[in-house]
Design a protein around this ligand. Structure first.
Ligand code: ADP
Ligand code: MG
Length: 400
């Protein structure tokens, strides 16, 4: 893979850098700046080399048009604080103002353009539409650096097409993430445990068939656990459920049996009356979710204490652990215990531990753990999962 060295002398060159600055925001305030911090190494290096730096990123999932709550403006402010140097911000991605701001850059200056996904071309499935947007981005500079690890699995304009329009290379973050993931794919130490949770259930179910070939134990928490429980014939109340995936999940359970891989499902669940921080909640057996006081209206929002303890003991006996996806709705204190117990187990095991995923990384920090208590905290959840599956990632292929 091409790295920054391949771009040669960058003095006075304008370099477009795709970062993943998709940080969690609550009422306009950044609640975890981990992804901004993770981007600094490359930016500092480019500035030191005298490059003129144009940062591009997405934030959240706007629908191809501007939406104030997804503005990157707060990110520019935080980035400037961390760099201890000005970062100008342009409230559009492409257009006259963006062009003028880029033209005004001096050596070592940094500008952040507005959210890429305010433009329908960024994520378009139509090759020509995507390409046209990428061409507008390419017009800003003489070189492209791909450093948004969280998006390298996406065939998007700023990730895939842009890399083919300019001399391009992987940034330090992408290169560093790959080093770690290689350790997980090329002869990982066993026992090897993968912990899956979170809410992007349909995205994540697909990785299981590949993981089954590679791991010793899978621990299932978060939103996807309910599809597993339902596949075993249990009622799950109003919990997250992918009913069209039940057969697939049954297939995974059978496959795991054949391969001798353990899939560990929760035995108890924290069930709530509503999706709210102050909702009434109870712990019930996983096979009797509708037996809570809330009946069929109850929603499972965390794994129960018995499950958390069982997961922790598997993790503590593992030599390699990869974790993606919070065990519950950790943003609400009442449903954060499962995630906390799993996180603590990762910090206590002797094994090599990797936490991947934007929300997973935010969760461990929000719960008071330090980055250095883990072997590695990856900025990409989906990207690292797809890498572990052995898939070709479009954003890396173009840097080969
Ligand atoms: P990551 O960003 O680490 O890949 P995801 O984006 O897939 O993780 O999922 C994170 C979200 O999953 C969190 O916001 C959390 O509240 C949510 N979540 C976890 N468990 C549940 C559950 N049982 N029901 C609903 N949402 C859940
Ligand atoms: Mg997420």
């Amino acid at each position: 893979m091409r790295t920054l060295e391949s771009l040669g002398d960058l003095r006075s060159q304008t370099v477009v850098v795709r970062c993943d600055l998709n940080v969690p925001l609550k009422e306009g305030v950044i609640t975890d700046d981990g992804r901004i911090r993770a981007s600094l190494t490359t930016i500092r290096e480019l500035r030191a080399a005298g490059a003129r730096v144009v940062l591009i990123s997405h934030l959240g999932r706007p629908n191809g048009e501007p939406e104030a709550k997804y503005s990157l403006q707060p990110v520019a402010v935080r980035m400037a604080e961390l760099l201890e140097s000005p970062v100008s911000f342009v409230p559009e991605t492409v257009g006259a103002a963006a062009t003028a701001a880029v033209a005004a850059l001096g050596d070592g200056d940094v500008v952040l353009l507005e959210n890429l996904r305010f433009n329908a071309g960024e994520t378009s499935k139509d090759d020509a539409t995507r390409r046209a947007f990428a061409e507008q981005l390419a017009a800003f500079g003489q070189a492209f650096v791909s450093d948004g690890f969280g998006v390298v699995h996406r065939k998007q304009a700023s990730v895939y097409d842009l890399a083919q329009l300019l001399p391009s290379a992987a940034g330090r973050l992408v290169a560093g993430e790959l080093e770690v993931l290689k350790r997980l794919t090329e002869s990982p130490q066993r026992p090897y445990t993968v912990v899956l949770g979170g809410s992007k259930v349909s995205d994540k179910l697909g990785v299981i068939s590949h993981l089954l070939q590679r791991v010793d134990t899978l621990l299932i928490g978060g939103g996807m656990l309910f599809t597993f429980l339902a596949a075993q014939g249990h009622k799950v109340g109003a919990s997250l459920l992918e009913s069209d995936q039940l057969d697939t999940v049954r297939g995974y359970l059978a496959e795991a049996d054949r391969l001798g891989v353990r899939i560990v499902l929760p035995t108890d669940i924290v069930v709530a009356e509503a999706f709210a921080a102050d909702a009434a909640h109870e712990v019930v057996a996983a096979d009797a979710i509708e037996s809570s006081s809330f009946g069929a209206a109850g929603l499972g929002l965390d794994i129960g204490p018995e499950t958390a303890k069982a997961f922790a003991s598997v993790i503590e006996e593992s030599s390699t652990v990869f974790w993606n996806g919070p065990m519950g709705v950790f943003e609400m204190a009442a449903f954060a215990e499962g995630t906390r117990t799993v996180a603590r187990a990762l910090t206590e095991t002797q094994g090599f531990t990797v936490v991947g995923g934007g929300d997973s990384a935010a969760a461990v920090r929000a719960l008071g753990f330090a980055d250095d208590q883990f072997g590695h905290i990856s900025t990409g959840g989906g990207a690292s999962l797809e890498y572990l599956e052995g898939k070709a990632l479009p954003g890396l292929e173009v840097l080969a």
